[in-house]
Design a protein around this ligand. Sequence first.
Ligand code: ZN
Length: 178
Amino acid sequence: MNSGINYIKVESGLNWDDYFMLLAMITSFKSKDPATKVGCVIVDSNQRQVTMGYNGMVAGIDESKLPWGKDKSVPLKYQKYGYVVHSETNAILHAPRSLEDCRMYVTLFPCNECAKLIASKKIKEVIYLSDKHKDQEGTEMAKYLFDLANITYRQLIPNERVMKTMEQHLLTLLQEAL
Ligand SMILES: [Zn+2]
């Protein structure tokens, strides 16, 4: 049957790693945090998205009554740190099913509080974009916890070629729509 007529060798512009990291990056953009926007996507071994999250105030309450400022010279009750739920925690909270053996794509290396939940849920791998808080105690604790729980972690930065191709693709889609 395969005559070779009209057969074209094709490939996706994105591998799964880049795809899910880009999704995590897009998800981070949804955060209202003026300082740090973090996004997280959790996927299973069949490359299906199970859940996602971004950092935000506790869901369902009047956000205007809570502070977004991060000035640590004032009491904790006046800082965002007292009220914001991290992207990884939000993704885990809203997961519709077990996360055992899933992979997490996240735009910033998890803190120790999220690491506790990640390990408890038996997520098997954490793939992160930035490790800008690597010198903080919480990051060191998260890595120690991951090591103890046999959770692997690696950095993934989508390469420039992928980003350029994606930009071109998005512009093409927009032009077709206009
Ligand atoms: Zn966290």
